[in-house]
Design a binder for this molecule. Structure first.
Ligand SMILES: [Zn+2]
Length: 120
């Protein structure tokens, strides 16, 4: 399976329907259970207080830092870009699909490092 990255761009929720984006079969939360990868940031408003702010844009990337001898070797995968208010929720039917999602993200990073090894 191939995902289109970033999975969240200029939005806050993925998927936008209720079908699990990894297995494509299960309705997320149909039985009341589901897994979520939550991205969050808060604007500090005081010593012990913070709030959600429209001034924030959230992101989540995976990054491979190459050695100084390989300046073109640094690669990244953008998973979440410009998440509104610095908040994003990625929903999955099970932790198994959550795990597969992160494996696909790491696969994408590895494929950028070594495109010849890309699996179809
Ligand atoms: Zn699933």
């Amino acid at each position: 399976m191939k995902l289109k990255f970033p999975v969240v761009e200029n939005d806050r929720v993925w998927p936008t329907n209720s079908i699990c984006p990894i297995c494509g079969k299960a309705k997320i939360g149909e039985d009341g259970t589901f897994a979520v990868f939550m991205l969050g940031a808060l604007k500090k408003t005081g010593e012990d207080s913070a709030t959600i702010s429209d001034e924030l844009l959230g992101f989540a990337d995976l990054f491979w830092h190459a050695s100084d001898k390989d300046p073109d070797g640094c690669k990244s995968v953008s998973i979440i870009s410009n998440a509104k208010s610095g908040q994003a929720d990625l929903y999955f039917c099970t932790t198994n699909c959550l795990r597969k999602f992160f494996n696909l993200c790491v696969d994408e990073l590895e494929n950028k490092r070594s495109p010849d090894n890309e699996e179809s």
